[in-house]
Design a protein around this ligand. Structure first.
Ligand code: PLP
Length: 337
């Protein structure tokens, strides 16, 4: 099977397994795991931020971030398609008691003007707006990337209105590679950043929450409350360190592969709109001949796995375990459909 369902399906490479095997570990709840301490230092330094916290998942890093930045009864602003709203099980309400002001952005990306319009006035009737959360790349936007100038403008609005700015950077490295941007700039623009090691970077488990020292101290406490304090998880951190050291630059290959596959779909009469392929995600509409689930079944008969994300839309995600040969075979299958 060539598995395009998600970039989370990758298995550790031999080099990564070797790094895991060699890891020096300790009890991380006592902050005594050298591998985790190293991963946290490395991640913070990469973004020029003071501190970081290793967590089991990106859902947890986002949810801890939201909890740290808000009080129950507050409101946060995010795009309608955001992972924090669509795919975290109602965690914003469950964990933080926070309400959500949804914005209809452009393929998952919102503007400074939309943020400004969504901030509640100081009025006892209204929830207090305290947080803005952006997603880069935007998953449901088809891996779309933010324009850094727009993020800069959003940050200016946040500064004026005393709001915190969080980044769901599950696929931030895809954006950094695609747009040749510096992580340091992101460290300047956001109060907190969540990155996933288990997506395009190819680690088996783990996400990192990055921010200033008081924020991460608070986050460490909330991680424990949520049951996310792990013990000798340095074996996982070692995989994350290996991923940061070896798997960032190669994301450009995934982006190229995604474009080639999208070009193959473009030639098919039964394909409608294909979102611009900016990174490793391909989202397209299926018109008349098939529904999206029917097309997914057709692909599966040809040993290709993709997800129907709606009755008319398919998502394919390219990753480390999709090799050039697989891409060629996929293109051949698409041509024959
Ligand atoms: C995958 C993902 C997350 C985190 O998901 P986990 O499975 O909990 O690690 C967060 N945001 C986005 C945009 C994602 O794609």
């Amino acid at each position: 099977m060539i598995d395009y369902r998600s970039d989370t399906v990758t298995r550790p490479t031999p080099g990564m397994l070797e790094a895991m095997n060699q890891a020096v570990v300790g009890d991380d709840v006592f902050s005594e795991d050298p591998s985790i301490n190293r991963l946290e230092k490395m991640s913070a330094a990469l973004f020029g931020m003071p501190a970081a916290l290793f967590c089991p998942s990106g859902t947890m890093t986002n949810q801890i971030g939201i909890k740290c930045h808000t009080q129950p009864g507050d409101e946060l602003i995010c795009d309608f398609l955001s992972h924090i709203y669509q795919y975290e099980g109602g965690g914003i309400a469950f964990n933080s008691g926070v309400s959500v002001r949804l914005v209809n952005g452009d393929r998952g990306r919102i503007t400074a003007e939309q943020v400004l319009e969504s901030i509640n006035p100081i009025d006892v009737h209204k929830p207090i707006t305290s947080l803005v959360s952006l997603e880069n790349t935007a998953n449901r936007g088809g891996g779309s990337c933010y324009d850094l100038n727009e993020i800069q403008r959003i940050r200016e609005v946040c500064d004026q209105k005393n709001l915190s700015l969080h980044l769901d950077g599950a696929r931030l490295f895809n954006a950094l590679v695609a747009k040749n941007e510096s992580p340091l700039r992101y460290g300047e623009l956001f109060h907190s950043i969540s990155i996933c090691l288990s997506k395009g970077l190819g680690a088996p488990v783990g996400s990192v929450l990055i921010g200033d020292t008081p924020f991460i101290q608070k986050a460490r406490r909330i991680r424990k409350v949520m049951g996310g304090g792990m013990r000798q998880a340095g074996y996982l951190a070692a995989a994350g360190i290996y991923a940061l050291e070896h798997h960032i630059a190669r994301l450009a290959t995934d982006h190229l592969h995604a474009r080639l596959i999208a070009e193959a779909w473009q030639k098919k009469s039964f394909i409608g709109n294909i979102y611009p392929v900016e990174t490793n995600i391909i989202i397209f509409e299926v018109s008349n001949t098939f529904t999206a689930p029917q097309l997914a079944v057709k692909l599966k008969e040809n040993d290709i796995l993709a997800i129907a994300i709606s009755p008319r839309m398919i998502r394919m995600v390219v990753h480390l375990d999709i090799h050039e040969m697989d891409v060629q075979r996929t293109i051949d299958v698409i041509a024959r459909l």
